[in-house]
Design a protein around this ligand. Structure first.
Ligand code: GUN
Length: 288
């Protein structure tokens, strides 16, 4: 069997095309341009690329962005005071705020995420928004799981009643992904198992997955014998190697077993940025 490719790049373009029209309508009706403030502390090269993609993504759909670059030695209080200013911004509106992670070690992320106004929290990381997701009343869905759910739904992949195995338990991907797919209704109703680095007999569990979502942060961690024939495999990982970019899934082996698979690059990545843009328009609507 050779797996069908789930093309995230193509879907991201389609969603951005839809979004461009919605943004134009919003501007016409509100005389205000949806605006994202992106904060980057330090000079992690991966983070620089991600933030740049977010900023250019805004321009592509007709939104504005403001990038705040702070030096690596920025103190926690300095970052908190910038966030407080952006939370209140009135004359020059800021609808969405994103603090790129990871942060330098002198800054406690658990003090930063709750400081962003929950109404501008386009990453969906504020405890209030996480709590709303847990209770099935989400305000902003975290961007990577949101993109994966869109990829499944828009490719008409059956989710309800199926066994989803999520490998990885991060606050940004694994945990919210599990919550979203177990939710009642469209894009949910799955039976979800969450595995992680301490799970015993991991291959035994991954082999039970109808849909296998991998966000463990280790190159080519999932190999063909760990996948049920015909399964849908979603690869969240991205690693730079001597031979180019690879994911958490061994693409060449697994694509011979799976029914559907996301490539790296061109799978989940372009959707993550796109869903941030969707959330920024949603934030602008909330503030009107
Ligand atoms: N770093 C890795 N993923 C993310 C994300 O989704 N949002 C932010 N702000 N930082 C990240």
């Amino acid at each position: 069997m050779t797996a069908a490719i789930l093309d995230g790049k193509k879907l991201a373009k389609q969603i951005r095309d839809e979004l461009r029209d919605e943004v134009a309508d919003f501007i016409e009706n509100n005389a205000e341009v949806p605006t994202l403030a992106a904060i980057l502390v330090g000079n992690d090269s991966g983070s620089e690329v991600y933030v740049r993609n977010k900023v250019t993504g805004c321009e592509q759909v007709g939104m504005q962005s403001r990038m705040y670059r702070l030096p690596a030695e920025t103190s926690q209080d300095e970052l908190l005071s910038l966030i407080a200013k952006l939370n209140k911004a009135k004359d020059e509106p800021v609808h969405g705020i994103l603090v790129q992670l990871p942060l330098p070690k002198q800054i406690d992320v658990t003090r930063i995420l709750p400081a962003v106004s929950p109404l501008k929290d386009v990453d969906g990381f504020h405890p209030e928004n996480v709590g709303r997701l847990v209770q099935g009343k989400p305000r902003f869905l975290p961007c990577t799981p949101f993109g994966i759910q869109q990829l499944l739904v828009r490719n008409k992949i059956e989710i309800a009643g199926r066994h989803v195995v999520v490998v990885g338990r991060s606050d940004t991907v694994g945990k919210p992904m599990a919550l979203m797919l177990m939710q009642r209704g469209l894009g949910g109703d799955a039976t979800v198992t969450v595995c992680h680095s301490k799970t015993n007999n991991l291959p035994e569990i991954t082999r039970q997955a109808d849909i296998l979502i991998v966000a463990i942060g280790q190159p080519k961690f999932i190999t063909a014998p760990m996948v049920k024939p015909g399964a849908v495999v979603i690869d969240v990982g991205i690693h730079r190697t001597g031979k180019g970019l690879v994911g958490d899934v061994d693409f060449s082996g697994v694509s011979r077993v799976a029914g559907h698979i996301t490539p790296v690059p061109g799978g989940v990545g372009p959707l993550t940025v796109t869903m941030l843009l969707v959330n920024t328009l949603a934030a602008a609507r909330l503030l009107h």
